[in-house]
Design a protein around this ligand. Structure first.
Ligand SMILES: Cc1cc2nc3c(=O)[nH]c(=O)nc-3n(C[C@H](O)[C@H](O)[C@H](O)COP(=O)(O)O)c2cc1C
Length: 340
C-alpha cells in the first residue's frame, strides 16, 4: 500500500515521494519584466533541499496582462527562460521534480489596463470592469498558453500545470456566471480550456504529463456544482489532461451558503470524488500540513499526491520533518544532519 513516501510514477514523471509544493504567487517580491529573481530561486530551491517530491512554480502569466499583479512572474518571452532554467537545474540537483503553473488572470488581473475576460462582468465592486475578449484575441491567448508551455519545456520543467481554478481566465470561460458570450466559446463553455489543453499538449514532449488545477465547485450564489465541473473536466481529460489538482472557489464573493470550511483536509473529499468520476490521478490540497492528515490522504487512496501550501511557507523542510515524524526514511541533507 502506498504512503506519503512511496515514489510516484506517471508517464515520464517519477517523484521520490507524494509531497507537492503547490503554486503560490510571491506577489510582494517584484519579478522585473516577469523574470524570477534571487528570491524566487532561493524560495524554490529551499523546498527542494527540504525534500519535496514535486514543486509547482507559482501562477506564471502567459501574457503580461495575464498576471494578477505586475509584481508577478511571467513566461511570455524567451528572455524569461534562462532564469527558470537556473531554478529547474538546481532543484533537479536535489532530486526534486519541478513543474510550472501557466495562467492568465482575466478579470482578476489587477494592474492590467484594461483587464480582459470572456464577458464584461467585474469580479466584485472593488475590481475594474473587464473588456470582453474579441474572437481573435481568444485565439491569441490560446497561442500564448502554447508558447508558455514551449518555453517551460525549453527551461527544463518536468510538467506543466494549467491554471483552470480560482476564478482566473480558464475558469471564467467554463463558468456560466462569467461566460455569457454568444460565440462558440460561449455556447460551449469548456471550449476555451479544451483548446488551451490541446495547444499545450502539442508542444510537450511525448510522455510529459499535463496537470490541471480546477475549482471543483463555486461558492458564489448560483455558482456551479461538482457535477458541472466534472463534466467540464471530462472534456479537458479527453483533450490531454493527465492529473487534476482539486481546489475550489475563487470565482467571486462567497454567497449565502458560505465558503470553504477552514478545517484540515477540507478539499480532500472533492479530490476523491473527482478521482472516482474521472478515473485519473488527483492531487489533494488544502490544510493538509498536519503530517498524519497528509499521510491519511495517501493511505486511504483518496488522492495520489498531496500538496502543502501555507505549511511549506512556514517550513521549507516540511517533507523532511514529515518523514522524521512518520518514519518515512527521507534523508536529512548531509550538511544539516547535526541539526537532528
Ligand atoms: C501566498 C499564496 C499564494 C498562492 N498563489 C497561488 C497560485 O499562484 N496559484 C494557485 O493555483 N493557487 C495559489 N494559492 C493557493 C495554494 O496553492 C493552495 O491551494 C492553498 O493555499 C490551500 O492549500 P494550503 O492549505 O496547504 O495552504 C496561493 C496560496 C497562498 C497562501
Amino acid at each position: 500500500m502506498a504512503d506519503l513516501f512511496t515514489p510516484y510514477n506517471f508517464k515520464n514523471l517519477t517523484l521520490k515521494n507524494r509531497i507537492v509544493m503547490p503554486p503560490m504567487c510571491q506577489y510582494s517580491v517584484k519579478a522585473e519584466d516577469g523574470i524570477p529573481n534571487d528570491w524566487h530561486f532561493v524560495h524554490y530551491v529551499s523546498r527542494a533541499v527540504g525534500g519535496t517530491g514535486l514543486i509547482i512554480v507559482e501562477m506564471t502569466g502567459v501574457h503580461p496582462d495575464g498576471r494578477i499583479t505586475n509584481q508577478d512572474t511571467g513566461i511570455w518571452s524567451d528572455d524569461q527562460i534562462p532564469a527558470y532554467r537556473k531554478i529547474v537545474e538546481t532543484v533537479h540537483s536535489y532530486g526534486t521534480k519541478i513543474g510550472i503553473q501557466l495562467g492568465h488572470a482575466g478579470r482578476k488581473a489587477q494592474d492590467a489596463e484594461p483587464s480582459v475576460a470572456p464577458s464584461a462582468i467585474p469580479f466584485s465592486s472593488h475590481y475594474k470592469m473587464p473588456r470582453a475578449l474579441s474572437g481573435a484575441e481568444v485565439e491569441e491567448l490560446i497561442q500564448a498558453f502554447r508558447e508558455g508551455a514551449r518555453r517551460a519545456v525549453e527551461a527544463g520543467f518536468d510538467t506543466v500545470e494549467i491554471h483552470g481554478a480560482h476564478g482566473y481566465l480558464i475558469h471564467q470561460f467554463h463558468s456560466p456566471l462569467t461566460n455569457q458570450r454568444s460565440d462558440e466559446y460561449g455556447q460551449d463553455l469548456p471550449l476555451f480550456g479544451e483548446r488551451v489543453v490541446e495547444a499545450v499538449k502539442e508542444v510537450l514532449p511525448e510522455g510529459m504529463p499535463i496537470i490541471m488545477r480546477v475549482s471543483a465547485k463555486e461558492y458564489v450564489d448560483g455558482g456551479y456544482d461538482v457535477q458541472h465541473c466534472a463534466e467540464i473536466c471530462k472534456r479537458y481529460r479527453d483533450a490531454g489532461v493527465d492529473i487534476f489538482h482539486i481546489s475550489s472557489g475563487g470565482e467571486g464573493p462567497v454567497g449565502s451558503n458560505g465558503g470553504p470550511e477552514a478545517k484540515p483536509g477540507y478539499q480532500v473529499d472533492l479530490a476523491a470524488e473527482f478521482k472516482q468520476l474521472l478515473k485519473v490521478p488527483v492531487i489533494a490540497v488544502g490544510l493538509l500540513d498536519e503530517y498524519n492528515a497528509a499521510q491519511e490522504v495517501i493511505l486511504s487512496g483518496k488522492a495520489d499526491l498531496v500538496a502543502i501550501g501555507r505549511g511549506m511557507l512556514r517550513d521549507p523542510y516540511w517533507a523532511v520533518h514529515a518523514a522524521k515524524a512518520l518514519d518515512g526514511g527521507q534523508k536529512v541533507p548531509k550538511p544539516y544532519e547535526r541539526g537532528y
